[in-house]
Design a protein around this ligand. Sequence first.
Ligand SMILES: C[S@@+](CC[C@H](N)C(=O)[O-])C[C@H]1O[C@@H](n2cnc3c(N)ncnc32)[C@H](O)[C@@H]1O
Length: 281
Amino acid sequence: MLIEMFSNNKYTMQNTGYQEFFQKYLPIMGYSWQGFRKVKKQLFKRLSERLRKLGLEYIDQYEEYITQNKFELKKLDDLTYITISRFYRDREVFETVKNHILPEISAKAKLEQRVPSVWSAGSCSGEEPYTISLIWNMDIMNNKKSDFTIRIIASEKNSELIQRSRAACYNGSSLKDLPEIYINECFIYKDDKYFLKNIYKEGVGFVEQDIRTEMPDGIFDLILCRYLVFTYFSVEKQVDLLRMIVKRLRKGGYLITGTHEKIPIIDHGLLEFNKCIYIKC
Ligand SMILES: C[S@@+](CC[C@H](N)C(=O)[O-])C[C@H]1O[C@@H](n2cnc3c(N)ncnc32)[C@H](O)[C@@H]1O
């Protein structure tokens, strides 16, 4: 009991002023405190590690350090990310992708004799773009019996996550929402890890990009922008980025957001297909 009280106390002491600090600095970087509120422990942990590395004890000292070191704001930005993701996250969304969106995209692209294209923005360790690849190969291409290809671009600002995406080796928890048929068919299970088979990595490209300054080239049939812009960014940033995202969407193409996210109410040229899926009109 005493130990518990002590450690809680220690935690509070160590993180004193962190919330106020982030409330001040997140908007400077284009983020919103509101979005990070529920996952603040991840942020606080990284910040206290940064302070420890710099040999600093208090947040005021760190603020002082930021004002004296112009590159520190970039360092702070680099530790401001959330890595929650899973294959087939929000099952009902991927059921719609499988049964409606990808069949439609495939039919249109065939008719127009072009390769369909998908962009996953903020792709974490590859769970989201690879989910599209699995559905495409298993359900649309009837497990590679047809050779009609798709181009899937995944953008992510964290280079370590890009490396993890390329390695495509996952814990069981990353696959907990994925229907068993895909797990059995598409992964090799070894040493308590799931390795994605190479054929499902084909056609999926990863680029290191910060969505605030860069987006992949091209026009897309489907853009997944989930649990990034419309959760963690300030409203002003959301408006700017939504406009730029819509520009990259083909007419009749789909934008998918997180199930609990709301896009800003502006004249964006999108029609609501269901609560988190939009079509460009
Ligand atoms: C919460 S995860 C969501 C992953 C995936 N979209 C999903 O819904 O499962 C957010 C991802 O966006 C990345 N991210 C954060 N800020 C970014 C930025 N400015 N540009 C590109 N990616 C960013 C994070 O590193 C993280 O991998």
